[in-house]
Design a protein around this ligand. Structure first.
Ligand SMILES: CC(C)(COP(=O)(O)OP(=O)(O)OC[C@H]1O[C@@H](n2cnc3c(N)ncnc32)[C@H](O)[C@@H]1OP(=O)(O)O)[C@@H](O)C(=O)NCCC(=O)NCCS
Length: 232
């Protein structure tokens, strides 16, 4: 445990150029306070002390603005920079050397119990405000751009940006990553240009109007026939 805590503190120097010395890191980094609380809370949670773990988690949230469920499994050298607004759900799993910035959510999209939060591999970086929602894998070395909303698995080494998230880079040129980029590009090409703003699957407005008129004429004829029979 001591070694784990030491690594959580010292890794800050590698990831934030603003960190000047150990006093700075221990006293001014809410992300460090949050992970130190979490190490204890997770230990309590694993031993069945559920309420104390949750209560301490809530105290940590008051103090740091970072909400980490005590059930979340977090690897070594975890760093949350700035921190405010970070939320990490109960079934989230996080590998080693992961960095999150402020406003990140590792959340779920279902109310059913069981695995519902994402799994982050090793060395993943998640930019400020990004939301990763659902029980899928964001594989090793992936980078998630600030404010991205990620709803699907991310292959190793990919950089994902936007809403919904799309891959813009494949760091290790893996076949899986490149294949996904090709699929995305094909989808974009398919919906690239609709002449005069009319897409192929859209009805011609003139044709629709004529169809409506035909229906109304048929209804009027039927009504006339009915009236004719009644008077005749
Ligand atoms: C996603 C990120 C890691 C990409 O970095 P990169 O590999 O250097 O990539 P680039 O800057 O060359 O951008 C690649 C493309 O994605 C776009 N892009 C980059 N970041 C984006 C974002 N957050 N949202 C939307 N598009 C983004 C770029 O405009 C570029 O598009 P183009 O190819 O059409 O020109 C980085 O932009 C980012 O968002 N990092 C998070 C930083 C952060 O949260 N800092 C908080 C500090 S307090």
């Amino acid at each position: 445990m001591w070694q784990l805590v030491k690594e959580d503190v010292t890794c800050v120097f590698e990831r934030d150029p603003a960190a000047r010395n150990i006093l700075d890191v221990l006293t001014c980094y809410s992300g460090v306070h949050a992970i130190l609380f979490h190490r204890v809370n997770h230990w309590l949670w694993q031993r069945g002390l559920r309420w104390p773990a949750r209560f301490m988690g809530n105290i940590a949230r008051w103090l740091t603005g970072i909400e980490i469920h005590p059930g979340a499994c977090i690897g070594r050298r975890f760093f949350v920079d700035h921190g405010t607004g970070v939320v990490i759900g109960e079934t989230a799993e996080i590998g080693n050397d992961v960095t999150l910035y402020q406003g990140v959510t590792l959340g779920g999209r279902t109310l059913s119990a069981g695995k519902r939060h994402p799994t982050l591999g090793n060395n993943v970086v998640v930019g400020a405000g990004a939301k990763i929602l659902g029980p899928f894998l964001v594989a090793d070395d992936a980078r998630i751009g600030s404010n991205a909303v990620v709803l699907e698995a991310v292959p190793a080494g990919a950089t994902v940006v936007g809403v919904p998230g799309r891959i813009v880079r494949c760091k290790n040129q893996s076949a899986k990553c490149l294949e996904l980029v090709q699929d995305q590009e094909a989808a974009i090409r398919q919906q690239a240009f609709d002449a005069y703003g009319v897409a192929g699957d859209t009805d011609d407005p003139l044709e629709s109007a004529v169809e409506q008129l035909q229906i109304q004429v048929a209804q009027l004829r039927a009504e006339l026939d009915r009236l004719g029979k009644r008077t005749g």
